[in-house]
Structure formats: C-alpha cells, structure tokens
Ligand binder design. Structure first.
Ligand SMILES: Nc1ncnc2c1ncn2[C@@H]1O[C@H](COP(=O)(O)OP(=O)(O)OP(=O)(O)O)[C@@H](O)[C@H]1O
Length: 266
C-alpha cells in the first residue's frame, strides 16, 4: 500500500434519521491524521449508521468533508479510490472464485471505473490482490468458490477485497465478527501496519479488550450521541462503562498496555 499523508476527514454536526427516529444526533469529530480509531457503543447506538454515512451511503449534505470537500460531491469511483467500507452484512450474490471477489476491490482504480466493461488487470491490480490475500491468509482458498467457504473464511476474503482497494481511509463494521482469535489479532496488526503507512482506519468493535489493546483512539456512541472521544484509557473508565454498557470492568496488564476486560453485568 502506498504511503501518503492523511489529509483528514471532518464530520460536523451529523444527524441521521430513520423514519421518525433520530439514530445519530449532532455528532462531530475530525480524523486529522492516520490513526486506528475504534467506534464502540451498545447495540443500536448508531455505529453502523454513522459508518455508512461516512462511506457516502445514503443522502448526504455538507456534513461530511474529505480534504475540505463534501463527500456528496465525489463520484462513486472517486470515493472508491479514497475509502473502503466493510458492511456488517457479508454477502456475495454470485458464486465467484475468492480471487475474483478480492479483485472486485480494484474496480475503482481501473479504466472504466465502476462500469460493466472491464479492462485486463494491470500489474498494480494483480499485486494489490495478491498482497491483500496474503495479509488475510486466504491464498489457500483463492480458486475456490466463495459460497463454499466457512463464515470466518468468507469474512477474511471480504476484508481482503477491502484491502485490495488500496484506500486512504478504511471504515469497517465489526470486521472481527466470525474470525478466530489468531485471525482477529492478525487483522488488528494489519490495521496497525496500514496506519503506519498513512492510512486511517475506523473500525466498530464490541470487544473492549481488543479496543483497549489496539486502538489509538476510541469514539463511544450511546443512543446516537458521541459521549466520549479520546485514548482507550480516557474513554474506558469504570464509571462510563457502567453508565453506557451496564457492566463492571477489570484490567489486565499485558506488555506496556492495560487491557480492559468485561467482568460482570451490574
Ligand atoms: N432500516 C431501519 N429502520 C428503522 N430503524 C433502523 C433501521 N436501521 C437501524 N435502525 C435503528 O437505528 C438505530 C441504530 O442502528 P445501528 O445499526 O446504527 O446501531 P449499531 O450501533 O450499529 O448496533 P449493533 O451494535 O447492534 O450493530 C437502532 O435503534 C436501530 O434499531
């Protein structure tokens, strides 16, 4: 993945409604540099809604800016070269080989953009696809049909598709879902490597231990409102976890990091 300085994303006073219900309320934050940001909060807090809006899905006004420019003004191909989104719903409609699923990530980079007529893949396309498959440890499935893999294997192939897009901003909705512990750790290490390369990563997580271990910064949503934004140590306080999740937490010392562990319901 190319290294480049991250130019910054600005979300300003974002409010989203579903029917009469406000699901994201007046949320503002900036991503001024490459960092690994965990988006946390209870079920229904608005994490997926916020990530989808940041990915440019749904009607958008001028409340989300990329490099000072409203996301709504970017074409789909431009957005596809800039940001990659992993939705919570993991489905591939056609019975494609895994390598072809991963190669779909290259479409925004190819002449013809997101049209139906596809040119032959460039050297860069082939390199990115192989690199993404290696990062997600899916080369062994490359030629197998996607619909004959296990749930966790399919999840890894779809993350590889996201990586093949070579984006400058990754938005991933619960990417650790379905992954075994080794591949969860490999994925978080992969995100850290991308951040070191200048890519910003926003990832929704329910696992507070992973969030405390790997993220530079956490955004805590509760009933649509951004109630905390800071380092894991600043956000994951006992009082806040009690108020937001109704849980008691404990701590585990690992290397130089203090990990948060949910202990009991209150
Ligand atoms: N299509 C919809 N129509 C109406 N309400 C919706 C719709 N989709 C989501 N919601 C509501 O919007 C709120 C936020 O949902 P969202 O999926 O963003 O939460 P989340 O934080 O991602 O939750 P989870 O951790 O369970 O995935 C919830 O109260 C949900 O019930």
């Amino acid at each position: 993945m190319n290294s480049h300085a991250f130019p910054g994303l600005l979300v300003q006073n974002l409010t989203l409604k579903r029917g009469d219900k406000t699901v994201v309320e007046n949320v503002s934050f900036t991503l001024p540099r490459a960092e690994l940001v965990g988006l946390i909060g209870p079920n229904g807090a608005g994490k997926s809604s916020l990530l989808k809006a940041m990915a440019g899905l749904g009607p958008r006004g001028s409340d989300i800016l990329w490099q000072g420019r409203p996301l709504a003004q970017m074409t789909s191909a431009e957005r596809g070269r800039t940001l990659a989104f992993l939705p919570q719903e993991r489905s591939v409609v056609w019975p494609l080989r895994c390598r072809d699923v991963v190669a779909l990530g290259r479409m925004p980079h190819q002449a013809g953009g997101l049209g139906f007529i596809r040119p032959a893949p460039s050297f860069e396309d082939l390199r990115s696809v192989e690199d993404a498959m290696r990062r997600m440890d899916v080369q062994a499935f490359a030629d197998r049909p996607f619909d004959r893999l296990s749930g966790g294997e399919q999840a890894r192939v779809l993350i590889a598709r996201l990586l093949a897009q070579d984006p400058r901003l990754i938005l991933a909705d619960e990417p650790c879902n379905g992954l075994d512990p080794e591949h969860q750790l490999a994925l978080m290490q992969c995100f850290r490597d991308l951040v070191a390369d200048g890519v910003s990563v926003v990832v929704s997580l329910h696992d507070l231990t992973l969030a405390s271990a790997w993220c530079d910064r956490l955004l805590l949503l509760d009933t649509g409102k951004l109630v905390a934004d800071g380092s894991p140590a600043a956000v994951l306080t006992a009082d806040r976890m009690a108020a937001t999740y109704n849980i008691r937490i404990g701590h585990l010392q690992s290397d130089h990091r203090q990990l948060v562990v949910p202990i009991a319901r209150l």
